[in-house]
Design a binder for this molecule. Sequence first.
Ligand code: 4AD
Ligand code: MG
Length: 430
Amino acid sequence: MKATIATVKNHLEETVTIGAWLHNKRSSGKIAFLQLRDGTGFIQGVVVKSAVSEEVFEMAKSLTQETSLYVTGKVVEDNRSPLGYELQVSDLEVIHEAEDYPITPKEHGTEFLMDHRHLWLRSKRQHAIMKVRNEIIRSTYEFFNQEGFVKVDPPILTGASAEGTTELFHTKYFDEDAYLSQSGQLYMEAAAMALGRVFSFGPTFRAEKSKTRRHLIEFWMIEPEMAFIDHEESLKIQENYVSHVVQSVLENCKIELQTLERDTSKLENIKAPFPRITYDDAIQFLKDKGFDDIDWGDDFGAPHETAIAEAYDKPVFITHFPIEIKAFYMKPDPNNSKVALCADLIAPEGYGEIIGGSERIDDLELMKQRYDEHQLNGPAYEWYLQLRKYGSVPHSGFGLGLERTVAWITGTEHIRETIPFPRLLNRLYP
Ligand code: 4AD
Ligand code: MG
């Protein structure tokens, strides 16, 4: 009977056939241990010389790394493996023999691994990261569907910038100029006026010349936008969302978190509500900590964010940033027009900002004034103003960066391992 590694638990003491690749191997005179993978997981196949034909045993001993094969064997319990099962192999059939697989069990440098990303993805660690990434996506859809949001897909080719003009990828759109989307937000605002509560999930592009462990050129963002929801209400939705995602990963990715050696005690605690600190208090906090390189009006750098995050054991919202250092669409605080009704959510353990969000300006005249200040004009922006002209309502939204969230939850130092094929400064291959 055909089975997968994920389903062997349904076949205890039965003989099954699994299509697999040889991940690794150990053998001695009388026994061979095959580390097998099939995409759904990893399992050990034990080949005992006295239990198989001479031909099968010789084949087991000579198998090369990443050879594809059909493995037939009996499923038995094995409490030492994370999976809890192993295969007592009775037969092997090679599908395709792999020669000189470049990624061997020895240590390789990062550049070498990045050049072989198409193969590196097969490794146990990369496999685990991709499975967690998938669980974050799955539980995102689950959360927003439960909360009555409608999934809306904003365009990727756009006529104008959404988050500032310095980081735009330009392309020709026949005779017009076009840009790859930096954020779907402006379109999501239009969608919220049509559907109430909406969320998007798609690729976004930033032509940023930053080479840090937190920046990708192409990354995926989840962007909810909500009509009749103010800044405070939006923060509650954000903390519930992030808690749901973390708890779902803890529940459904136990083997993967174990493979990644993630300290799960740090994740178990991630439950709403999350602490909040105003920008003003954050500046004071940093000054008290001895940072003399930051003043009111400056944006935070990675060391500042890390210092603030270290004061808490949950993600922390930094709220009410100065208007000048935030995007043109953010609504000023009615109690203090120098600051915006906005927040960044900073992940614990030094993983940095995972969410940026705000209440949006809903007043047409103020939005026009911002257009002038930011020198935004042209037909590409006209439709956005019209949202404030026809039944404008208070509304808020936010964007969660998927890869930074994967990095935090998996405990992955560098963002390049959190997306299948990272686009980085100086890297477009493979
Ligand atoms: O703070 P950002 O730029 O916000 C926006 O784009 C808003 N329009 C979102 C919204 O309100 N709908 O980006 C949001 C998040 C950041 O918090 C970060 O997690 C991630 O996107 N992000 C990046 N991730 C990887 N590489 C980059 N270069 C990133 N830039 C932003
Ligand atoms: Mg931001």
